[in-house]
Design a protein around this ligand. Structure first.
Ligand code: NDP
Ligand code: 13P
Length: 341
């Protein structure tokens, strides 16, 4: 089968997405020493032309030099998927369906399909791995999840970072890890595909909550209590979804990613929450950012999970009430504060 012969042939890695995380991943792959071919789907023609001419993405991480052969830049995701052995999906969750609109289940056959997306597909209430299995019949063993605390901006500056590569099939997870690791990227292999994906979705909601509190004027003391409650809430949720997996919630894919997203200056979720806490409406906060805060979409989708498993998740509920039911943020945080321990 094609996957098993990959080590002998030149590896072909396809990236679907052209925002900041996809751009950072193209850089990581380019700085990895293994012989490989990188194929890249870029959404906008003017951006593709610019990358082809100058080897820089004009819209995201524009200072980063990118090494992709001009003939390997595509405006259709299907060509990239068909020609790749490893496909890395890297759009915001809300735009994945659109990116894959011309792609069929056959196009994914025999590929390792990787999600670097930290979100739930709106209208489906499915994480990306579940969506790929349901819509494209991709076996779980061929799906790999990339998690871990890692901001694109720090990757672009080559600051030492750790990615967790989760796959039910450890060999496939390692095949992905070996093309990503380089002098500033370390990789950790995990089998907890559901926990790593759901953990990444949840930490965005908690970072958004932290941003709201910060915007309202709460200090570091309160944020520490919020984060401490958040990791317990995350643990309860992922344990309900997949109780069998071997996971340490304090590992970098869970607690680590929560911490970086809650505290980093680069976090879009924290920034978005901060604006809400300052009194921006959801629409004006979204307009203000040219990037996507996944926690906004996840907050609505996770309500379905909370109901399905009858979970008590006060932080997620607070964010939902503020963003979707227009509960005043100061009132909602005051109510939450009574429940924190
Ligand atoms: N940024 C980071 O540091 C990290 C991000 N992630 C995850 O990576 C995923 C991708 O996020 P990221 O790269 O940061 O995204 P960005 O916020 O950097 O970029 C937004 C992306 O969304 C696209 N987009 C915007 N509007 C539309 C639309 N109407 N239809 C289709 N596409 C649209 C943009 O395309 P265009 O430019 O063509 O408009 C662009 O590719 C997310 O799930 C995120 O959680 C994970 C780890 C780190
Ligand atoms: O997942 C991330 C860092 O690990 C990115 O978080 P933000 O989307 O909040 O920037």
């Amino acid at each position: 089968m094609k996957i098993n012969n990959m080590v002998d042939a030149k590896r072909k890695i396809g990236i679907v997405g052209s925002g900041s995380w996809a751009t950072a991943m193209v850089k990581m792959l380019g700085d990895n020493v293994l012989d490989k071919e990188i194929l890249w789907w870029i959404r906008k023609e003017e951006d593709l032309t610019y990358v082809k001419t100058y080897n820089h993405n004009p819209s995201y991480l524009s200072a980063v030099e990118l090494r992709v052969a001009p003939e390997n830049l595509y405006l259709d995701a299907r060509s990239v998927i068909q020609k790749s052995d490893i496909v890395i999906l890297n759009t915001p969750s809300a735009y994945l369906k659109d990116a894959l609109r011309d792609v069929s289940a056959e196009d994914f056959q025999g590929k390792i399909v990787v999600t670097a997306i930290k979100g739930i597909i709106p209208d489906e209430n499915l994480i990306v791995g579940e969506y790929l299995t349901k819509i494209y019949a991709i076996p779980l063993t061929q799906i790999v999840v990339i998690g871990g605390p890692c901001h694109a901006e720090e990757v672009s500056a080559e600051k030492l970072s750790y990615l967790t590569i989760a796959g039910k099939d450890a060999t496939n997870a390692e095949k992905v890890a070996e093309v990503l690791r380089n002098r500033y990227i370390n990789t950790i292999i995990s089998k907890d595909v559901y926990g790593v994906e759901y953990g990444a979705v949840l930490k965005n909601i908690y970072a958004l909550a932290g941003g709201i509190c910060h915007g309202l004027g709460f200090g570091d003391n309160f944020l520490a209590v919020l984060v401490s409650n958040a990791i317990r809430e995350m643990s309860k949720c992922v344990m309900a979804i997949d109780p069998e997996a071997d996971r340490d919630i304090n590992a970098s894919a869970y607690l680590g990613d929560l911490l970086v997203t809650a505290y980093s200056q680069f976090s879009r979720n924290r920034t978005f929450g901060h604006m809400i806490g300052k009194g921006y409406t959801v629409q004006s906060a979204q307009l203000e950012m040219n990037m996507v805060a996944e926690g906004y979409y996840a907050s609505a989708c996770i309500q379905n999970i909370i109901q399905r498993y009858a979970l008590d998740m006060p932080i997620c509920n607070m964010v939902y009430q503020i963003l979707y039911n227009r509960q005043p943020a100061n009132e909602a945080v005051k109510q939450l504060a009574q429940k924190l321990t």
